[in-house]
Design a binder for this molecule. Sequence first.
Ligand code: ADP
Length: 577
Amino acid sequence: MVKPIPASDLKADSVISRLQTTANAFATITQELDLDIVLQLIADSARQVANSKYAALGIVNDQGVITSFITSGLSTQERELIGELPKGHGLLGILIKEGKPVRVRDITKDPRRCGFPPNHPPMFSLLGMPVSIGGKIVGDLYLTDKIGKPEFDDEDEWWLTLYARQAAIAIVNANLYNKSQQAQRNAQALAEVVGSLNHFTQPLALFDQISKATCQILGLPAAAVFLLDTRAGRFPLQIGTGLQQNRGDDVFLPLEGSIAGQVLDLGRSVVVTDLHQLDEVYMPYLASGQLPRSLMVVPIYQNGKINGVLEAYSQVARQFTPDEVALLEAFAVKASLALEKANLYQQKEEFLSMTAHDLRAPLTAIKMSVGLLADNLPDDFPPLLLQLVENISRNSQRLDNLMEDLLDLNRLEHGGVQLKLDRHEAGEIVRAAINSLTPLFEERGQTLSFNSRADHYWIEADRKRMDQILVNLLSNAHKYAPLGGEVEVSLEINGDSVEIKVKDNGPGIPLEEQSLIFDRYYRRPIHEQGSKISGTGLGLPITRNLVELHGGKIWVESTPGNGTSFFVQLPLAVSEN
Ligand code: ADP
């Protein structure tokens, strides 16, 4: 209830003017929805209407801890010098803990005060009001140093009671708006991140994305993924964001005495608001060198069983809302599915490369034998059988190429390829590749031309690998261009790069598929490019990896029906003189 002021003290003019100014102020404040701006406007107009030198507005959380503090009347420099948020003891404590107004003539002499922090300007008279709504304290508003008078009076207190009520409504509204905006941002961030998880085929890269996304979604400084190692009975760190140590530093959480262990035991998420209140638990250090103060730990599943945890850390003590926990849990479920997918992909790749490896020895024997056979056939060997020998020879060579490509791509993707770099004249490399393939083009009546606008430009390249890049692009052009078609190769300098272009007049590639063709095994639908064109979908991924290993870029430009151009850009070698 607002305490009525004694009639004798009521100065009608002054009260009306205050109410008018207050009404005008809130007409503006309630239009604003950004919480920080709302708080500043509330503090500024309170100071102006009450005619005090300073005003301050603090926002408290459910635990009564001040989480924001806005001042009015202090310069930015004065505010910075004061430093930390007030703790909410002394006179402020009466406002936010007891929910009572405080009016004091001289703060410095009040026995309940707990003193100003260093660098705080001197302040004397004080009028403070809790800001509450529905009986719940959401903040405190106080004015200090009444101008022109030794202290605040009854009318000030009566007015501030009214003002604080209006302020509470504006704060709650802005808070709700902020929350709904945050929820919308969270949902959007989650949708984007979850979508991106499915593209990861390497578990480590996936973990990295998971922990970064966790920080981003929740606005936290650190997060980490730990996977359960049942045999060793612990959770080794897979990857962390914002941690002092990382994978490879032998960081792990034991089953006993870690929150991860609790999650495994309980089969559900665990949230800790203040780690100081727990007995010792195992915890990684944050990048700041401190231990986290609060954390949220949610399970990661594999085949329906918990096989790890996702931990999200806060450096300051904080409460995690049920919404935040639900958000992280939902994210962890999606992350678990993406992890299962990445694991399956890895298994498939390992199986393929093992198989390719194991098949090479017998295949080499077949190739050698058929080669010997072909060289030693009697003159009267029946043509039909000769055809069969040629078939075996050609197809075993194709199989060998396929195995080689598979193994090569695996090595490239796992950093297992070292380039042997030398200086080469770009035009010479392109010319050599063209010459080696000209007979192939002639077989299909295709013209292959070369137009160089850049002679005597040098690049640092691995000759064998550069040949592989060009042969891949040229054989695709040869394969996809029609009989009698035209393929033009050109070379030019673009800034400090050499740009090689391979242009054909084949069927072209629709825009939506242009980025996919660089993915492993991707081939355009057979009915669109003819069933006779054989391939494996490995050539372009290998080519891209090789170009990037040379520090270059590859891209495609194409219009269906109008041919395709592949571009390779490589850095020019630094001049030798
Ligand atoms: P492959 O040619 O063995 O199928 P690549 O990785 O070299 O594998 O190419 C992937 C896919 O990209 C091909 O299947 C084809 O659909 C498309 N493509 C590549 N080069 C061309 C080109 N010059 N013109 C049209 N489509 C092409």
